[in-house]
Design a protein around this ligand. Structure first.
Ligand SMILES: [Zn+2]
Ligand SMILES: [Zn+2]
Length: 120
């Protein structure tokens, strides 16, 4: 899988309640937010790819929306530049600031990764 977005956002984890780095990754076929402390993972699946206006897919009513920015290579305009990464409780969007091309992902499932578990 190609890299698209990789980010860290420091916040209080909804699961372990530690103030810790949440590791955010997005590629064209999916997106994830993983707690660096406990491994709590929220996974998102792609819904729409389209040109949008800023804020088009941001739904009001979510108490905790993360507004982040990451440099990425746009598949639409082929420019490497800032993309707005907006993560809400139900959706996840990545939007190219140059051309407005937006990946909208929908929340799919939540699970706990256990990286500390010894294998075997
Ligand atoms: Zn956690
Ligand atoms: Zn673009």
């Amino acid at each position: 899988m190609e890299d698209f977005i990789t980010l860290q956002h420091r916040t209080t984890c909804y699961h372990c309640h530690e103030d810790t780095g949440q590791i955010i990754t997005a590629v064209p076929n999916g997106a994830q937010v993983v707690c660096g402390n406990c491994g709590a993972t929220r996974s998102y699946i792609p819904l729409i790819e389209d040109i949008s206006k800023k804020g088009d897919y941001v739904r009001p009513g979510c108490y905790d929306i993360w507004n982040l920015v990451s440099a990425a290579l746009c598949r639409q305009c082929k420019v490497k530049g800032p993309h707005d990464v907006t993560i809400g409780c139900r959706n996840f969007t990545v939007r190219c600031r140059n051309c407005g091309f937006t990946h909208l992902y929908r929340f799919n499932l939540e699970f706990i990764e256990d990286p500390g578990k010894p294998s075997g």
